[in-house]
Design a protein around this ligand. Structure first.
Ligand SMILES: *[C@@H]1O[C@H](CO)[C@@H](O)[C@H](O)[C@H]1NC(C)=O
Ligand SMILES: *[C@@H]1O[C@H](CO)[C@@H](O)[C@H](O)[C@H]1NC(C)=O
Ligand SMILES: *[C@@H]1O[C@H](CO)[C@@H](O)[C@H](O)[C@H]1NC(C)=O
Ligand SMILES: *[C@@H]1O[C@H](CO)[C@@H](O)[C@H](O)[C@H]1NC(C)=O
Length: 951
């Protein structure tokens, strides 16, 4: 069996054909493409608008340095006053402060309701009475201890001077001379002392509070003067026997410590004088460091400690000298600082999550388009016309890569043009490398995932879940781990093996660098930064690259082994088979098949079917036959599912077809014709047996068979947006037609199926009528002169004129090639086919040319007569007189059909008998007909089915 077929198209030719088809396809899909590419553009615009809004908001007068909102007359309304270096605590962080204000040093005084009092559960009877809490007049307690109690007592006694009421005309001096404090929380800096800004009163600690001892201090902030209320609070000094007692009392008074009693007894401060004497001043000071307004890291907030040191130092001085001696602590003051701009970099802040979605968005797009070609069987259609997997992969991959790159370029360029720092600050070469590696990985992953889906909707849903899931998991699971310095870095790398997380990490790194760059005025990520310890970019670039290298071959492998859309599933070790095959002569293989299969057949077969089987076995022994198709005992069994028994769709089909023959397969629906065609075209694998097309085995050589094969599927597999001519050009190129030959073949093809005139061939196939699509499908199956053509009901849905036209085409096309045709139209079968096979329940019931069959199965006339129903008996009698062995095959309300064996009746007798009968009763209508193919078909199908139901 020499391979006398057309030389198959080279890799480059196939790639070229596919590329041209894809380009046209893209051109037609311009709207979708523009939509896809403008998506990042719109997104960047959106970000830009939000950023502008945020900037505008930040730029408002009330946010500007040097203006403050002041409640001048205490009625709750405030007015904006400018002219100072900073306005409020929030702005202190960003405004330039060349000469910071001087603020009095204060004590951290507990708020009145928390101050320590005597209760039943604490063991200190010397604490103030609890009743003071209701009036808010509780004293503030200072504890002290030390090696010498009398010394300690005299020191503690001179903590507070009673210089009262103070001279308030000089604020700093006033506060330097009295012991004052506040219960407000401190900030991170002391550019503004919260005690003077808040509306809460301040306190001055006195040994005794006189009635009406509250006074007001005028505080000057820029041009505004605030009246700050200063209340008197009584200071109580209490001796404790040891530092551990002090400790315990402080601990139990702490707001959250005493779980059992829920008592709060806060202490102003505590001192341990240790071994202090006249020559030696040695003191431990307890102060509360947990007052701060920042829950996140309270450690960095300021503490009001200097005044408590100054207080005890002055007490010691007075003990050594006299009560008038003191060191004044005039003020505390921050160091000057430069201003920083108050900005909120929206793009960097949202970057990682937001852009993960944007970049990942391509994934479902690619996945869906791959699955679409599979679901619509377009891929197998292309394959059946000779498109190899190699060019398909190459061109699809390249196409998606270009699409992705354009998408990413648009994304980065738009983002940069509108000035998002996420793009502008980081090195473009790193960004390019990152996105490039990532989109490659993404395409490979889409190919991998596409092998697992056969439905576009499922694929879309899964793709979108991947997109949003990865973004959200990245932001709420992965990022917290990333920020947690104690989390093992090794596990971070493990998590990054998931491509969604590596994408997230990369974008997160860009965002971090641009955020920092924006705040600190530094550059974003540069190549040298890749070696930074905390920079994860290098790791993920390596991870993604290695994953890409791994995923691509795996995807290709699965596509061959698992995928249902690319034709025959190859065995998991298909590459080994290829090696083996090269060393085995074709004939030897066939013989081994023969031995296995020839003895299987036991069921009784009709002689013509048996004869065909023997012919096939004979042909298999010969080395060179002119036969285009040889099927040897082909079987297809579908495994039982959900408790149903397994289904024998094709049970041992043997058929030999020489070139130039058109073989018609007739059979009721569900007989197994489509299963047979599917096996022959490589859509499914035979369960046993095999077939040879042009001497090539369909189990191993499908790829080569495809170059010599044309298929006209039952349902038109066409691209809606391509024109008829473009379809033919594409498939013609796949069949290795070039240049003038191609143009000519396409023209002729269009003419032959009547699609040439009126420019029909240049209309998009989506706009064709059903008949036009059908004709185009037939033209496609015939282009490039294939040696074997399968046609699945080619003329269904055609008007009689186009059908006759098509038949002429097919009749002409028969020369030099074998055509296998399934049809329900007996007329078509009779007109086109040289031989017919009636296929019922997975097996041929008979094989032969139409006239033979009619002779064999139709050795009778069909006599029809319609009378009134009460005359049925009469008619039956009449017929039996004519032919004793006549059979009634059909009767309904007066109309009866009989089969009269040809050897028993003469037509003349029938006419006479009817003439006679007319005089006896009324005959509405009658007829005598030779058997048609239809009668044969119905007879054969019926008898086979009844045989099978009883056996
Ligand atoms: C305690 O200090 C006082 C002076 O304030 C001194 O007179 C006395 O000797 C000291 N006591 C002891 C045990 O050192
Ligand atoms: C208050 O202090 C100012 C300035 O230090 C001084 O001029 C004024 O006389 C003082 N007033 C009293 C009543 O001591
Ligand atoms: C110290 O300050 C914190 C925070 O306000 C408070 O909860 C706690 O009770 C204070 N501790 C003492 C011993 O005063
Ligand atoms: C922190 O400071 C703000 C004003 O800056 C104030 O409204 C808030 O109550 C403070 N928080 C605490 C716990 O005191």
């Amino acid at each position: 069996m020499a391979d006398s077929s057309v030389e198959s198209a080279s890799f480059a030719t196939q790639a070229n054909a596919l590329l041209r088809k894809n380009l046209i396809f893209q051109k037609r899909n311009l709207k979708t493409n523009i939509g896809l590419v403008t998506f990042p553009f719109l997104l960047c615009i959106l970000l830009f608008l939000i950023q502008t809004l945020v900037d505008n908001e930040l730029d408002k007068a009330s946010n500007k340095c040097g203006c403050i909102c002041v409640d001048r007359n205490g009625d709750g309304t405030c007015e904006t006053v400018c002219g100072i270096e900073y306005s409020d605590l929030d702005q202190v962080g960003t405004c330039p402060i060349p000469s910071p204000s001087e603020w009095p040093a204060l004590l951290q005084v507990p708020a009145p309701e928390y101050r320590a009092v005597r209760t039943d559960s604490n063991a200190f009877p010397d604490l103030p009475n609890e009743s003071c809490r209701s009036t808010g007049s509780c004293p503030a307690t200072i504890l002290f201890t030390g090696g010498n109690r009398s010394l300690g007592q005299s020191l503690a006694g001179s903590f507070f001077s009673s210089d009262f009421p103070p001279n308030t005309s000089d604020v700093l001096n006033t506060f330097a001379n009295i012991i004052s404090g506040s219960d407000t929380y401190t900030g991170f800096t002391n550019f503004l002392e919260p005690a003077f800004i808040s509306r809460q009163p301040m306190y001055t600690v006195q040994p005794q509070c006189a009635p009406n001892s509250t006074f007001f201090v005028p505080i000057q902030i820029a041009s505004v003067t605030i009246r700050q209320e200063v209340r008197c609070v009584q200071g109580v000094n209490l001796w404790r026997d040891s530092s551990s007692v002090v400790n315990e009392e402080l601990y139990n008074g702490y707001r959250q410590a005493n779980v059992r009693t829920r008592e709060i007894n806060e202490i102003l401060a505590a001192y341990d004088f240790l071994d202090t004497n006249e020559n030696n001043f040695n003191v431990n000071v307890w102060y509360n460091s947990t007052y701060s307004n920042a829950s996140a890291n309270s450690a960095s907030a300021l503490v009001r400690a200097p005044r408590s040191l100054n207080m005890v130092s002055n007490a010691y001085l007075r003990f050594l000298r006299n009560s008038a001696t003191q060191i004044l602590l005039d003020y505390v003051k921050e160091m000057p600082k430069p201003g920083t701009k108050l900005t909120l970099d929206f793009s960097s802040l949202l970057g990682a999550l937001f852009f993960t979605w944007v970049v990942f968005q391509l994934f479902p797009v690619i996945l869906t388009s791959l699955v679409y070609e599979k679901q619509r069987n377009l891929r197998i259609m292309m394959k059946m016309h000779g498109l190899g997997d190699g060019p398909y992969w190459l061109i699809s991959y390249a196409y998606f890569l270009v699409l992705s790159i354009v998408y990413m370029l648009c994304f980065v360029i738009f983002g940069s043009v509108i000035g998002l720092t996420f793009f502008t600050l980081n090195s473009y070469s790193i960004q390019f490398l990152f996105y490039f590696i990532y989109v490659n990985l993404q395409i490979a992953l889409a190919f991998l995932l596409a092998t697992m889906f056969s439905n576009v909707k499922t694929a879309t849903v899964v793709g979108q879940v991947c997109v949003f899931g990865s973004g959200l998991l990245g932001a709420y699971l992965f990022q917290p781990f990333l920020n947690d310095a104690t989390f093992a870095r090794g596990w971070i790398v493990v998590m990054e093996l998931f491509p969604g997380f590596s994408l997230y990490r990369g974008l997160y790194e860009f965002a971090q660098y641009s955020l920092e760059g924006n705040n600190m005025g530094t550059d974003g990520m540069r190549w040298k930064n890749l070696s930074d310890g905390k920079n994860g970019m290098r790791t993920i670039l390596i991870i993604m690259f290695v994953e890409w290298l791994l995923v691509l071959p795996v995807a290709y492998y699965l596509d061959q082994v698992v995928s249902s859309g690319s034709g025959v599933k190859k065995s998991p070790l298909f590459f080994l088979q290829n090696l083996k095959k090269k060393h085995l002569p074709v004939l030897q293989q066939k013989l081994s098949f023969r031995r296995q299969t020839s003895k299987v057949f036991v069921q009784m077969e009709k002689p013509d079917v048996l004869q065909e089987r023997e012919k096939v076995e004979q042909l298999l022994l010969e080395s060179n036959t002119g036969h285009a198709v040889i099927c040897n005992n082909l079987k297809k069994v579908y495994p039982g599912r959900d408790g149903n028994p397994e289904k024998l769709a094709v049970r041992g089909l043997s058929l030999a077809l020489p070139r130039g023959e058109c073989f018609g397969m007739l059979g009721p629906n569900g007989a197994g014709k489509t299963s047979f065609i599917s096996m022959m075209t490589g859509l499914t694998m035979p369960s046993s047996g095999t077939a040879y097309v042009q001497g090539l085995d369909i189990q191993n050589d499908m790829d080569r068979i495809y170059t010599n094969m044309g298929v006209c599927p039952q349902h038109d597999l066409l691209w809606e947006v391509l024109t008829g001519r473009e379809h033919l050009l594409f498939y013609g190129r796949l069949k290795n037609l070039k240049g003038a030959a191609l143009t000519q073949a396409v023209e002729e093809s269009l003419k032959s199926v009547n699609l040439f005139h009126g420019g029909v061939g240049d209309k998009q196939a989506g706009k064709y009528s059903g008949g036009m699509k059908r004709r185009l499908s037939v033209a496609i199956s015939l282009i490039g002169d294939p040696k074997v053509v399968y046609m699945d009901e080619p003329s269904t849905g055609l008007d009689p004129a186009s059908r006759n036209n098509l038949w002429t085409v097919l009749k002409r096309a028969k020369k030099g090639r074998a055509i296998i045709l399934t049809t329900h139209s007996m007329e078509e079968a009779e007109f086109l086919c040289d031989r017919l096979g009636i296929f019922v329940d997975g097996a041929f019931q008979c094989i032969g040319n139409p006239n033979e069959l009619k002779g064999r199965y139709g050795g009778s006339y069909v006599f029809t007569m319609t009378t009134a129903s009460n005359q049925e008996q009469e008619v039956e009698k009449l017929v039996h007189r004519l032919s004793p062995s006549a059979k009634r095959i059909y009767h309904i309300s007066g109309t009866q059909k009989f089969e009269l064996p040809k050897q028993e009746v003469r037509i003349a007798d029938v006419f006479q008998a009817v003439e006679k009968a007319k005089s006896m009763f009324t005959i509405y209508a009658w007829g005598l007909a030779d058997t048609t193919l239809e009668d044969v078909f119905i007879k054969v199908a019926r008898s086979a089915q009844s045989f099978n139901t009883f056996s």
